[in-house]
Design a protein. Sequence first.
Length: 191
Amino acid sequence: MTLRIAFVPGATPDKWVRAWREQFREGIKLIPIRESEQRAALDDGMADMVLARLPIDQEGLFCIPLYEELPVVVVGIDHAAAAYDELPAADLADEQFVLGVPDGIAPAVEQLDFPPMGMKDAFEVVASGTGVVVVPMSVARLHQRKDVTYAVVSDLPTTRMALAWRKETDDDRTQAFVAVVRGRTARSSRS
């Protein structure tokens, strides 16, 4: 039976999948999903486990935190913020936010009513110079283009990545993957 791992954009399951394949004969399948689908992927049985971006409704789930992601502002390469590696949220008060205003930023200008769009389209708008987006660094790297760049927003909260699975499907197989994620090898003990 193949272990099915869903993952959200920006998640990097490669090292754990490689370790799984080295240690176990059982197959593993990666399933890319949107962030809005991370709980549904577990509930509808599409995946056995999800590499999720918190928050996720954790009722009925086991959820182990994995790592934190830095928030970055993505701007066109001609934008003033492109000159910085890091800046405070207050420096973004006069910006138009393509995907909505992030928590922790108080805009000083009326926001344009951008239509709903995916990340690829949002980066297209950013490249045109019409607005900016704030996303986890891994998402900015995933959608990297020559005409945009990003800077860390130093005083916004980080996002957390976690491994989640249903309590009712917790078994030796899911625990074996948890062990891989936690760095245990075939030669290491659980103690």
